[in-house]
Design a protein around this ligand. Structure first.
Ligand code: FES
Length: 254
């Protein structure tokens, strides 16, 4: 591989990542285990995982590019297009919705004047609404670049945005090697989906519940405490869901 692909010379990026990639590959008995850290290494240099980076990672590991692409597309923390210096990924799934994510998402969209999968004109913020971030016990939550931010309120979101704009926020900005587009559309291959998943959950859909099954769960919780016969639970949202929804509509409402 000479590092020249498409319309740009990829060689400087490749030269920067290669020593780290070789070190990573040597760490694993099966070299393909190094795929995720190698993609992170490319993202650390370019600020995103470019098509050239995926081709290079595949060549290093002896993997088809299709395998690299399908792996990268599975993880929301691999940015497959140029993004802003700070990527805000707000969870739109069940626990976060029950704890007020809808208001948080509306608040951020209004503050930044951008929508889902969009970037501010100055390239400072990209904004995305994502599925469960596996931090449901601290809902509502989001990720700012690679760092989690928990227990979101409109107030702590405002403080965070102020700090980022002032350049004092503790999480460092992503590297910028290409100007991000103002908006982005995720290509969907609906034919590849099972019948039950078709037209249900699209990453292009802004806000709201991630899928209809989540909506059904909220409706069940709103109807009253859910009794799971033979499987008692202390789970807060199961036991208190109806009261919390009826009382405030959001645990974080101010
Ligand atoms: S539902 Fe938001 S982190 Fe799980």
């Amino acid at each position: 591989m000479n590092g020249t692909t498409g319309t740009r010379d990829f060689a400087p990026v490749l030269a920067q990542v290669k020593p780290e990639a070789e070190r990573l590959i040597a760490q694993y008995p099966d070299s393909r285990s190094a795929l995720l850290p190698i993609l992170h290494a490319f993202q650390n240099v370019e600020g995103w995982v470019s098509p050239e980076a995926m081709t290079a990672a595949g060549a290093m590991l002896g993997l088809p590019v299709s395998v690299v692409e399908s792996t990268a597309s599975f993880y929301t923390l691999f940015f497959r297009r140029p993004v802003g210096k700070y990527v805000l990924q707000v969870c739109r799934n069940l626990s976060c919705q029950l704890n007020g994510a809808e208001k948080i998402m509306t608040h951020i969209r209004e503050r930044l004047n951008i929508g889902h999968l969009e970037t501010t004109h100055d390239g400072l913020f990209s904004y995305e609404e994502v599925e469960c971030l596996a931090a449901c016990d601290r809902a509502p939550c989001m990720q700012v670049n690679l760092d989690f931010v928990y227990d979101l309120t409109r107030e702590n979101v405002d403080a965070l945005l102020r700090e980022i704009m002032a350049g004092t926020y503790e999480t460092p900005p992503l590297r910028q090697t290409a100007k991000p587009a103002a908006n982005w559309h995720v290509e969907q291959d609906w034919a590849q989906k099972s019948p039950g998943a078709r037209e249900v959950s699209s990453p292009n859909d802004p806000g709201g519940m991630g899928d209809v099954s989540g909506l059904r769960m909220i409706e069940r919780l709103a109807d009253g405490p859910v009794v799971l016969s033979g499987r008692p639970t202390e789970e807060r949202l199961i036991v208190e869901g109806a009261a919390r929804l009826k009382h405030t509509g959001s645990a974080n409402e101010h």
